[in-house]
Design a protein around this ligand. Structure first.
Ligand code: FAD
Ligand code: NAI
Length: 509
């Protein structure tokens, strides 16, 4: 009984301590301490982008060592792994956005942020040209920002492979605006399909939801959309049940090629059960406002061209280079053979430059373009820059000490300076011992609908593949813990509870 009493007391005290800690965290996050002003005498480090790579760098960077300037048209960080859930209202988009202003305000030394798009990098002149692309413009809306060091973390744009009609008639899934547009379009298609006297063929077309690209973006979106239909739309609009159809079109022989065979089969089987139609080995060649033209090979080896009508078309065929990156590559002879992005060395230095680094989807370092890679690259660069600043500090100190040693009036002070130099040289060697970037793959996770997920996880002893409902809970807890801030975590959790309790919101705006 006494032991129980002690356990109760300990639990009670730890609960109070836990609440106190969270409350302190919230108060501290709302009231950041004063920051050191930026020091223009320090080297100017310009960071382009506020995505996974750049934000991870900024999170871990000791900003007091540099005059840091961040340029991005997006004044928030976006937690992309949960973006497919925003297309159906499972999660509200603001729950996965973190304002860059409040994040930067918590750095020790202040960081300048400009909401602008970098339109050109002049590598020779060390200047970034920027444009304010927002709706409200002042008397100055384009200017130049000089740099000593530059980090390019601008990500990639959507690949269309020049297929006609994609940009005009398809929707992408990369940014918050894309998810909002898809959510509006789904509801618009459903409402228009139920319009009085609607033509039956047109009803079928409007309720045909086509997803092109069987990578993780296409698969996760198709799963979320089918969930939305079976969990909510069907209930509130029973008249669409017969014609609502999700089709996933993929050029390769299977979806999710980066997952193990076992998980690919599991995903395809689950999609069958969910009645999602998978069309593999089918390549989309043309898009019009009402249908796609897809080419596949028939059993006799002959090419078949088929028209698939759509109300909603989501185009998820991977990444392409941004014009800014293409232009930078054209200025650097060492980038001449690089096609898919900025070729970097093992320290993420853009090949052929000394003072430009690249992280994330715009860099080619032989890893897949994922958030995991971008985040690890960003934190590696932060360590590198912190170390470079320390090295410079020690080297300056060493120069001063050598001077002291030279001018020392007697042997005793000469010896003292000599010992200090030896200590500093040892420290310098230690600081300089930073190895190259090494990516540590934690695994791949994807949601496939009906509260099921697939996971290829890397363990010490090898790989572990799993799929199903338990994996779905793992997927949820993993992404919840990876959210940027406690605020994001709480908001996402509340959204999940809200959707489970009341269903997803089917209003159009
Ligand atoms: P981004 O995060 O795209 O950031 C680029 C930044 O650069 C943005 O802030 C942008 O506004 C800014 N920018 C663009 N142009 C300019 C310019 N001209 N000047 C200045 N700034 C500019 N990966 C995973 O590992 N796991 C997942 O579960 C996962 N899920 C995903 C789900 C979706 C729907 C999508 C689209 C991607 C997903 N990814 C996932 C991939 C992951 O999001 C990317 O690999 C990651 O975002 C790359 O980070 P980045 O910093 O290179 O680019
Ligand atoms: P992706 O490049 O992974 O897949 C695109 C797919 O589209 C390919 O399988 C390709 O064969 C297909 N395709 C291309 N052109 C086509 C055409 N004309 N017709 C039919 N199919 C065509 O692209 P995705 O899914 O956008 O992912 C981009 C990156 O983001 C990847 O590195 C991915 O790993 C990462 N990501 C990771 C997620 C996760 O881990 N859960 C979720 C989403 C993205």
């Amino acid at each position: 009984f006494r032991a129980l009493k002690w356990i109760w007391r300990a639990t009670y005290l730890s609960a109070i301590a836990g609440f106190g800690w969270v409350a302190y965290g919230i108060v501290e996050s709302r009231n950041p301490p004063d920051q050191q002003p930026p020091d223009p005498s320090k080297k100017t480090l310009v960071v382009l982008g506020t995505g996974w790579g750049s934000v991870s760098l900024l999170k871990n960077l000791d900003t007091e060592n540099y005059n840091v300037i961040v340029i991005s048209p997006r004044n928030y960080f976006l937690f992309t792994p949960l973006l497919p859930s925003c297309t159906t209202g499972q999660i509200e988009h603001r729950s996965i956005m973190e304002p860059i202003r409040s994040f930067l305000r918590h750095k020790k030394a202040s960081v300048k942020y400009y909401e602008a798009e970098a339109t050109k990098i002049d590598y020779e002149k060390r200047i970034v040209y920027v444009n304010d692309e927002s709706e409200v413009k002042g008397s100055v809306s384009s200017t130049e920002v000089p740099f000593d060091m530059l980090v390019v973390g601008v990500g990639a744009e959507n690949a269309t492979f020049g297929i006609p009609g994609v940009r005009e008639h398809g929707l992408f899934l990369k940014e918050v605006g894309d998810a909002q547009a898809i959510r509006r379009r789904i509801m618009d298609c459903c409402e228009t399909a139920t319009f009085k006297d609607q033509d039956p063929e047109e009803v079928k077309r409007l309720l045909s939801m086509v997803v092109v690209g069987g990578g993780p973006t296409g698969v996760e979106f198709a799963g979320e959309l089918q969930d939305f239909f079976s969990g909510d739309l069907k209930k509130w609009m029973p008249e669409i049940t017969k014609n609502f159809k999700v089709t996933l079109v993929e050029a390769l022989p299977s979806v999710l090629p980066m997952f193990s065979k076992q998980l690919i089969d599991y995903t395809e089987q689950t999609f069958k059960e969910e009645t999602i139609d998978i069309r593999t080995k089918t390549m989309v060649k043309k898009v019009t406002d009402k249908y796609i033209e897809a080419e596949s090979t028939g059993p006799d080896g002959k090419k078949i061209v088929e028209k698939i009508p759509f109300g909603l078309l989501v185009w998820a065929t991977g990444n392409a280079l941004r014009p800014l990156v293409k232009d930078l590559m054209s200025q650097i002879p060492a980038q001449k053979d690089s096609r898919r992005g900025l070729a970097v060395n093992e320290y993420l230095v853009v090949k052929g430059t000394e003072n430009v680094w690249a992280v994330g989807d715009c860099a080619i370092a032989n890893y897949a373009p994922t958030a995991q890679v971008a985040a690890q690259e960003g934190s590696f660069l932060a360590r590198l820059f912190n170390q470079m600043a320390k090295t410079e500090e020690i080297e300056t100190e060493l120069l001063k000490l050598s001077d002291v040693q030279e001018k020392a009036p007697n042997k005793e002070s000469r010896d003292e300076a000599f010992n200090d130099i030896k200590d500093l040289q040892k420290r310098l060697r230690r600081v300089k011992q930073m190895g190259p970037f090494e990516y540590s793959h934690q695994g791949s996770l994807a949601y496939i609908g009906s509260e099921k997920a697939v996971a290829d996880i890397s363990w010490l002893t090898g790989n572990f593949a799993s799929g199903g409902t338990l994996t779905y809970f793992f997927w949820r807890s993993a992404y919840l813990s990876m959210c940027f801030s406690t605020r994001n975590r709480v908001l996402v959790l509340v959204d999940w509870i809200k959707a489970k309790t009341f269903g997803r919101d089917v209003s159009r705006e």
